[in-house]
Design a protein around this ligand. Structure first.
Ligand code: UDP
Length: 334
């Protein structure tokens, strides 16, 4: 039997990265997590060893890559807030682009040839059509989306020039939590709809704002393609198999291809939790397209990816289990 592969998970203490580390552990992979813990949580790393540090720290990377052969790197360590990227583009270009180049340089120096990159639907900008397939024009409308699009282009060039094989996975709206309540979303500040709605349901937040009710959608609120975080982790697993088996680089959109409106998310959350969720109807949030829905046919065809949790009610149920755990942990002790 061949030795299990070793995978370096950069940003493995964060939301999606921690689910990935768990899945890799389940599948017998030797996992090394590199995370500076600026937004991640050490207790979310449930498998392998955690190296606390910067992905651009060359001495640290040299030590990690020299200590054992690394078969692949997965990169989850990006800044992800669109609004912040507009206000502080320098931070975004430095972290999401320059530090990624440093990581890639270290990989090249140590002969690590496989890279899986967390990209985003934000590379497309305002949709010209939906559902969005991989050929849709890439015209990001904010610095966050541009940083991801730049790295995608860098990776195409690195493949040609250096033989670095990569898979870029463009997530639509990552959501949900580990089905057993082990892991979940812990952003600070939280900006994503589903955790905000559930924090309102648990009483950790007074209510939520609904951004825009006048979109050209059936109920006037925005439609997004929510994809379960475990389904995203599974797509990374399949991408890893492809690369380790000598497959070509690729770029894939990841979503369920359906989509739910903000109002539908709130309705499902009310029904599942049995709690009241106070709403404030607010103006549109700048830069929000009416509808963002993936065409993930290519991921199904080439990776064999079939989402296990496409149903919004299941996704909300898993996220609610996690929220209840967070709420009880943060409740004042009497
Ligand atoms: N949204 C909202 N209230 C909030 C946060 C989000 O109405 O407090 C809406 C947002 O306008 C978008 C959808 O929920 O239409 C999903 O937003 P999120 O920030 O979760 O993800 P994004 O689509 O921006 O990646």
């Amino acid at each position: 039997m061949s030795a299990p592969p070793t995978v370096l998970v950069v940003g493995g203490a964060g939301y999606i990265g921690s689910h990935m580390v768990w899945l890799l552990g389940q599948r017998g992979v030797n996992v090394v997590t590199l995370d500076d813990l600026s937004s991640g949580h050490a207790d979310a790393v449930t498998s392998g060893r955690l190296e606390r540090g910067d992905m651009a720290d060359r001495a640290l990377l040299d030590r990690i890559f020299s200590s054992q052969p690394v078969d692949a790197v997965m990169h989850f360590a990006s800044f992800i807030q669109v609004g912040e990227s507009v206000e502080q583009p320098a931070r975004y270009y430095r972290n999401n682009v320059l530090r990624t180049l440093d990581l890639l340089d270290a990989m090249r120096a140590h002969g690590v040839k496989h890279f899986i990159f967390s990209s985003t639907a934000a590379v497309f900008g305002e949709p010209a059509y939906t559902p969005i397939d991989e050929r849709h024009p890439q015209q990001p409308i904010n610095p966050y989306g541009r940083t991801k699009w730049m790295v995608e282009q860098v990776l195409a060039d690195y493949d040609r020039a250096y033989g670095l094989r990569s898979v870029c996975l463009r997530y639509f709206n990552a959501a949900g939590a580990h089905p057993d309540g082990l892991l979940g979303e812990r952003h600070d500040p939280e900006t994503h709809l589903i955790p905000l709605v559930l924090q309102a349901a648990s009483g950790r937040r007074a209510g939520i704002k609904v951004f825009g009710q006048d979109y050209d959608t059936p109920d006037g609120t925005c439609i997004r393609d929510y994809i379960h975080v475990m389904d995203l982790a599974e797509a990374h697993w399949l991408a890893l198999q492809r690369l380790l088996q000598g497959g070509a680089s690729g770029v894939f959109n990841l979503g369920n291809g359906g989509g739910y409106s903000v109002q539908q998310v709130i309705d499902v959350a009310r029904a599942h939790t049995g709690r009241e969720i106070a709403l404030e109807y607010a103006p549109r949030r700048p830069g929000d397209p009416a509808r963002l829905v993936a065409d993930a046919t290519l991921a199904r065809q080439e990776l064999g990816w079939v989402p296990q949790y496409p149903d919004l009610a299941t996704l909300v149920a898993h996220a609610w289990r996690w929220e209840q755990r967070c709420a009880s942990a943060s409740a004042p002790r009497t």
